[in-house]
Ligand binder design. Structure first.
Ligand code: HEM
Ligand code: MTE
Length: 467
């Protein structure tokens, strides 16, 4: 018996294109699956997400692979094993504030490593109505704090100078447990399309700064009732402070109007579970705020303090960011105090399949995507066009039925249609309508703004058709 060929992880990593060959690993085995890619029952683009690295994090998302016949199939492509010596853990750089950040799923498309900002690729984003925790988009402004659940305390201040509470995780669990499915979207989702009109300041999010989870925790209204808030509902705000902070000690913060916080129907949560698990560190362990129907920026993670105040949070992210302006406002003329903070988001939709620039076969095309609106407004229709918006067909809406005024989660949608004969290319467009009959603007230029937020124009995808 010949001893197996030995490869380093670096060598495996350098094999991730048709030119170099496509390698993957499972356990310590190395496989050359170049010939299999086009035969993969789940499609070549999904397999390619794992090219040059381990299969485990991807196969964890798809149980179909834990069958003997899949292992046998893969075994045919084995070319060797990983070098057992190649296990040097990266040295911990103690002066690096990000050194203790958690390990992330390799499928995530990273927009910035420090702080960590990443989105799931479109191939995976709409595979599941509930986004798996491991690929839920992540938006961090600062290093991830490393918090001990045993000593964790949440400080609740009911009113200026008033009654206050200090709650342990166990104390929080004693409140009635409330569960709700909520889609979180960053104000900067689809910013990269705004950048194409004119430069903006911000991370280049594509269509994936949005994800959906089932959250569980205590309702904020129940906790505030115990703290005995005393301010008038119409003029007060609930301010949240995170336990993540910059080198000057400034914490992430944001606020929402008190009226929303006190409304039991608004279902604002102090969440400690995400899809049945304790919150992952990237998503706010041990406790975060979930504000259904409201922009992601207010869902404060690693929550340390909640207080009822007469004014909005003084945080940079409440007052000097996450606001919308006219396209003619630039960084010399902008007056942040002149615009309200973004709370409820406008109606949104995007295509996740096929992707821009892709080549498709003639015959039939399946168009897939997501649609969502803020403020609990339900998506009532998604229109899809194959000819740039001249003619439209209604897509089929999947996912949980939506409750009137409490439609907190997205609808996934799809449309399977014949490719019109003789077409060499398609200009696929989608647009959603919510139950207030709000629609998306047709182009992005008229809604361009210097910060690149609220990018919700019709989503357009150009594909070529193989005759
Ligand atoms: C299905 C093999 C990588 C996603 C399958 C099936 C096989 C297979 C044999 C059919 C299983 C059955 O129905 O009994 C492989 C091999 C891989 C690989 C050998 C690596 C070399 C991946 C990756 C992903 C993925 C990286 C996702 C990122 C899927 C999906 C299906 C599937 C979604 C289900 C397709 C359907 O039922 O419509 N794979 N797979 N696979 N695979 Fe993979
Ligand atoms: N909370 C804290 N403490 N620190 C942050 O950087 N980012 C906010 C919000 N809460 C942030 C935070 C923003 S802008 C968004 S869009 C969401 O968290 C993202 O939540 P996620 O990373 O769980 O997807």
């Amino acid at each position: 018996q010949e001893s197996p060929r030995i490869y380093t992880k670096e060598e495996v990593r350098s094999h991730k294109s048709p030119q170099t060959g496509i390698w993957v690993t499972l356990g310590s085995d190395v496989f050359d699956v170049t010939e299999f890619v086009d035969l993969h029952p789940g499609g070549p683009s999904k397999l390619m997400l794992a090219a040059g690295g381990p299969l485990e994090p991807f196969w964890a998302l798809y149980a179909v692979h834990s069958q003997p016949h899949v292992r046998e199939l893969l075994a045919q492509y084995k070319i060797g094993e990983l070098d057992p010596e190649d296990n040097v853990a990266p040295t911990l750089e103690t002066s690096d504030p990000y050194a203790e950040d958690p390990v992330r799923h390799p499928a995530l498309k990273v927009n910035s490593q420090r702080p960590f900002n990443a989105e799931p690729p479109p191939e995976l984003l709409t595979e599941n109505y509930i986004t798996p925790n491991s690929i839920f988009f992540t938006r961090n402004h600062l290093p991830v704090p490393n918090l001990d659940p045993e000593t964790y305390r949440l400080h609740i201040v009911g009113a200026p100078g008033g009654h206050s509470l200090s709650l342990s995780l166990d104390d929080l669990r004693k409140f009635p447990k409330h569960e709700v499915t909520v889609t979180l979207q960053c104000a900067g989702n689809r910013r990269s399309e705004m950048t194409q009109v004119k430069e903006v300041k911000g991370l280049e999010w594509r269509t994936g700064a949005i994800s959906t989870a089932r959250w569980a925790g205590a309702r904020l209204c129940d906790v505030l009732a115990q703290a005995g808030h005393q301010l008038c509902e119409t003029e007060a705000h609930v301010c949240f402070e995170g336990l993540d902070s910059d080198p000057t000690g400034t914490a992430y913060g944001a606020s929402i109007p008190l009226a929303r916080a006190l409304d039991p129907e608004a279902e604002v949560l102090l969440a400690y579970e995400m899809n049945g698990q304790p919150l992952p560190r990237d998503h706010g362990f041990p406790v975060r705020v979930v504000v259904p129907g409201v922009v992601g920026a207010r869902h404060v993670k690693w929550l340390g303090r909640v207080s009822v105040e007469t004014e909005e949070s003084h945080s940079h992210w409440q007052r000097r960011d996450y606001k919308g302006f006219s396209p003619s406002v630039d960084w010399d003329t902008v007056d942040f105090d002149s615009a309200p903070s973004i709370q409820e988001l406008p109606v949104q939709s995007a295509i996740t399949e096929p992707q821009d620039g892709q080549t498709i076969e003639s015959g039939e095309v399946t168009v897939k995507g997501y649609a969502w609106s803020g403020g609990g407004r339900a998506v009532i229709r998604v229109d899809v066009s194959l000819d740039g918006g001249l003619t439209w067909q209604a897509a089929e809406l999947d996912g949980e039925e939506q409750r009137p005024r409490k439609a907190w989660a997205w609808r996934l949608w799809q449309l399977q249609v014949p490719v019109p004969t003789g077409q060499k290319e398609l200009n696929i467009v989608c647009k959603a309508v919510d139950d207030s009959y709000n629609v998306q603007p047709d182009t992005v230029a008229p809604i361009w703004n210097l910060r690149g937020v609220l990018s919700n124009a019709w989503h357009r995808v150009h594909v070529r058709v193989i005759p």
